[in-house]
Design a protein around this ligand. Sequence first.
Ligand code: HEC
Length: 163
Amino acid sequence: MQKFKKLSGLLAALFLLSITIDALAHGDVTPHPVDTSSLDPLGAEWTVPNPYRGNDKAAAVGAVGYLHNCAGCHGLNAVSGGVAPDLMKLDNECLDLASKVKQAACMKEADVYFKDITLNGKRNGEGRSTMPGYAGVFTQEAVWAIRTYVYSRTLEERAKKPN
Ligand code: HEC
């Protein structure tokens, strides 16, 4: 009995430790609403492609939303530290396409992909959540503002690279 108590105490301690490590690795993963009151409202129906792309005000609002919600896993300034995928990859793949028509189609597809994952989150093969979903907390303005921020960061990084 004594042994069992010791073991369960140890297991409880290990469990708490694993939660702490998780929290340290990812920071606070509770979804935080994004204040988009300074942006043009988009209505109840989802607008695709992202109507804010290239809008500096939306990128600035998205930067705050990104910092509070995504940076802990996807990296500060949208630069992935390897914990979660590089979000600039989506835009880079589209921008690498030669034709403008193909780029636009790719961007639209990437918008839908980004929105769906942001709203629903991700689970691994065992059903454990690897990314929280933001449905119910994020408006479409919030999702598109964050997507706009990541796009503007992608352009900034591409501008640094020699052609
Ligand atoms: C708790 C950590 C965590 C947080 C917080 C998080 N993500 Fe993720 N995200 C992940 C992981 C891990 C994956 C990869 C999951 C997989 O492929 O199974 C992922 C995948 C994605 C993908 C797909 C990327 C690709 O190349 O396929 C998108 C888009 C995404 N996240 C957007 C966001 C946005 C936007 C936020 C903030 C609103 C966010 N994530 C917050 C962990 C997180």
